[in-house]
Design a protein around this ligand. Sequence first.
Ligand code: NAI
Length: 459
Amino acid sequence: MADKTHHSDVLILGGGSGGYACAFRASQLGLSVTLIEADKVGGTCLHRGCIPTKALLHSAEVADSARTSADFGVSVTLEGIDIARVHEYKDGTVSRLYRGLQGLIAQHRITVVTGHGTFVGDKTVQVDDVRYTADNVVLASGSYPRTIPGIELGDRILTSDQALELARVPASAIVLGGGVIGVEFASVWRSFGADVTIVEALPRLVAAEDPWCSKQLERAYRKRGIISRLNSKVKSATETEAGVDVVLDDGSTLTAEILLVAVGRGPRTADCGYAEHGIHLDRGFVVTDERLRTALPGVYAVGDIVPGLQLAHRGFQQGIFVAEEIACLDPIPIAGHLIPRVTYSHPEVASVGLDEESARARHGDVSTVVYDLGGNGKSQILQTSGGIKVIRSGQTGPIVGVHLVGDRVGELVGEAQLAVSWEALPTEIGHFIHAHPTQNEALGEALLALAGTPLHAHR
Ligand code: NAI
């Protein structure tokens, strides 16, 4: 018999985006919820990921505005980066959101247990010597920054966890990995004045995006003076008195003050008792069906431990989905390609739906339109370049992918995801009115062009 004092309807292991969203929704649906968290609720996103990195990126944007202020007729001199104040601003932002989250947890009457939970089978999680049981268990233990065997972390060889706390602005940095984390930190440090080199094994930056986006970003980074060493792997990295020596597979050596290792995030599943108690893992990730059920009845998994995009908003949605599934509301499974993606570099890269290659594979014939931000008034006012690529299926089918590059385009992905998720035809939504002058208009123009009635497109 389970100990009734520690029994709940839903027991969640991990209080990050996936776990706490599940807790909130389950509680709204009248279920009793226990949430086990070893560190702070809010997880990677709030404490070591999305929020603090975007705060750094905002400081970087302010630095760029100061640096280019004369172009806009404003006389400002960038005297430097007060890194202590940058951290104060970043940490203050995190703290305010953390307090808000704690308030919401209390409001939802969620029982939070602080400690490392281990799944011990039979819908039970143990924390120290106390066992918590439930009708349903949700595994949401998140992810950690991967490193490369042979590369030892230290004072100068960092993952994003340490990079976020770096108490100085590096004069130079090598970024290992040209994925999302790599290009975002490269952006911050370049804006703060560092010499930055990105080393990427694949032939392009942000390789998960449409190649058109990679090209745009690579061009913009070249202009910013960020060096990209593509098709390159690191053979060794050694800390020295003054910095780090990095040897590449072609034999060349790069030297910088610090090295950031940003080669992906691994699922945190090794020390949680999963494999030992019947949870099926594949390369460390928890295997689920599309309803996020593990191999064990009544045990679900959400967030970064489930194969797919490791994004906070995917975790949120999966958490909500599982709570509704437990409450027998028959929610609609989440379609991976409809999850919007934003990389907050300068310029930003955002997308939703299929890239051109996947669209061709799925739909056969596709048509595409690229609208250059050079024709968009607001983008010209902001002096950002980039563009919007829209993909429709066939010559007359719905919009299946939208890809955006340019400063602030992350905010446009909302409209893009409505179009793609609703399988809208360009002719159905092309005539919707976009406020002038906004960057939204660029998306409207691309849709008009696809509908065959371009207005401001240059031929
Ligand atoms: P990632 O998977 O996006 O990129 C890692 C890159 O490192 C890949 O391009 C890979 O080819 C490269 N790489 C791997 N081994 C290498 C080697 N030995 N030498 C050279 N290059 C190598 O992973 P990242 O950037 O670490 O991000 C982790 C996760 O966090 C991602 O899933 C990402 O979606 C998420 N994230 C999302 C953000 C956002 O949505 N804005 C921001 C930051 C992270």
